[in-house]
Write a protein that binds this ligand. Structure first.
Ligand SMILES: *[C@@H]1O[C@H](CO)[C@@H](O)[C@H](O)[C@H]1NC(C)=O
Length: 408
């Protein structure tokens, strides 16, 4: 039992027993490492019970790590501890995050009549390479710029898309740090309390969170009857929309209506930055502005999921975006306290050497900590996708696979 026990039996009963591992990391030569910052993920699981829980990793900053697993079900169990990035690799990732927000190329087509031009766009662009068009959001000040097309005005911007990824971002020596299966900078101390675990493939939240299972399409429909559901975020939130569509409604692009049951489902991307195929400019809105336009009411549900597209920018960019969304959420809850706001956290992705330079789990987890801290004390509900994915037996994936155990 690895929580501090005191003599009162009540404490012992409420805090579950746990398994505490000590992990010593060694360098390439087999010598114990003497500093911390390595990025570890851990999982305790029992295939027999289709059960799993994420471990908490504590960095002692001397090459030793404690991994704590709460013991939440009976029977045998096994654990995995995975080093996603060494502290040396994390140093490279931090440098890229802070210094190379230009490592993904975004572009827009400008169009007027028969004439069209393409220029590069980003949250910031070096001004010495030509005149800029300034698309900064007037309300919240979210910045976005494109180079001005030579023969067209800034108001002829037609679409937005990802043009490509920068190459040669790291040295050959640094690349060795990202080799898989062989394979720094300190991760800001993370202590995410265990939010739940899987048992018989069902997520069981801890801490008194009520949990209802909807195992049939009819039950989902009943729950959503008379509801307006607004989903704002990236493609990991769009998965929810798609999921509900397959269960409740026929597919539709961004909006779905079930007239019989009076259900409206709405999905919208979170605005720039977006690493996506061409999207029309007039489809792009910032979430805070959208929330400001909602009336609210007891039948409104708002779901938010914003993380994946911010991984190539300094963490301040993410903080600013969440600050604006948070402000809009607080105002929304003030005008309409009965609204349900659900926030989906990020999830681990299992990335290869090249992908890691653009969207590593290391960066994601730090954003996730920011997200949780910034919504603390606000009346929102959480879907802890990070721990759910860590706990689950399915491999990590940016788009976690749909449950196979749905009998609707
Ligand atoms: C872009 O426009 C915003 C809002 O009008 C302004 O605050 C900002 O300074 C402008 N940026 C540049 C580089 O001119």
């Amino acid at each position: 039992v690895c929580h501090k026990q005191n003599s009162s039996t009540q404490t012992v009963l409420t805090a579950p027993a746990c398994l505490l591992l000590q992990v010593q990391l060694r360098d390439f030569k087999g010598q114990p490492k003497r500093y911390g910052g390595d990025f570890l993920l851990a999982r305790l699981h029992s295939p027999k019970y289709r059960a799993g829980v994420a471990g908490q990793v504590l960095d002692h900053e001397n090459g030793l790590y404690s991994v704590r697993f709460p013991l939440l079900w009976q029977g045998s169990a096994q654990f995995n501890v995975m080093m996603v990035h060494s502290s040396e690799a994390a140093t490279v990732l931090r440098r890229l995050r802070e210094k190379r927000p230009d490592r993904v190329f975004f572009a827009s087509i400008f169009r007027h009549g028969r004439h069209s031009e393409k220029t590069l766009c980003n949250m910031c662009l070096p001004p010495d390479k030509g005149p800029l068009c300034n698309y900064t959001d007037l309300h919240y000040g979210e910045q976005w710029y494109c180079y001005k097309p030579k023969g067209l005005g800034c108001d002829t911007r037609y679409n937005h898309f990802i043009e490509g990824y920068a190459e040669n971002l790291i040295t050959k020596k640094e690349a060795l740090l990202f080799q898989r299966f062989v394979s720094r900078q300190k991760l800001d101390p993370v202590k995410l309390a265990t939010s739940g675990y899987y048992y018989q493939d069902s997520w069981r939240p801890l801490g008194g969170v009520p949990m209802r299972q909807f195992n049939k399409a009819s039950a989902i429909t009943q729950c959503l009857t008379n509801k307006l559901v607004y989903m704002y975020g990236d493609s990991t939130l769009r998965q929810w929309f798609k999921y509900l569509l397959t269960k409740v409604q026929k597919p539709g692009p961004f909006m779905a209506v079930d007239v019989t049951h009076n259900i409206l489902l709405n999905y919208r991307f979170h605005g720039l930055p977006l690493r996506i195929m061409p999207v029309m400019i007039n489809e792009l809105r910032y979430i805070a502005n959208e929330l400001d336009g909602l009336t609210g009411g007891p039948n409104t549900v708002v779901t938010l999921g914003i993380w994946a597209h911010f991984s190539t920018f300094p963490v301040e960019v993410y903080i600013q975006r969440i600050r604006h969304i948070r402000k809009a959420v607080v105002r929304l809850l003030d005008r309409s306290p009965e609204i349900v706001v659900v926030v989906r956290t990020a999830n681990p992705q299992a990335l290869n050497e090249v992908e890691s330079l653009f969207k590593s789990d290391w960066v994601t987890l730090q954003q996730d900590i920011v997200l949780r801290a910034m919504f603390k004390g606000i009346n929102v509900m959480w879907v802890d996708a990070w721990q759910m994915c860590l706990a689950h037996r399915e491999p990590h994936d940016v788009h976690p696979p749909m449950s196979l155990h749905f009998d609707g």
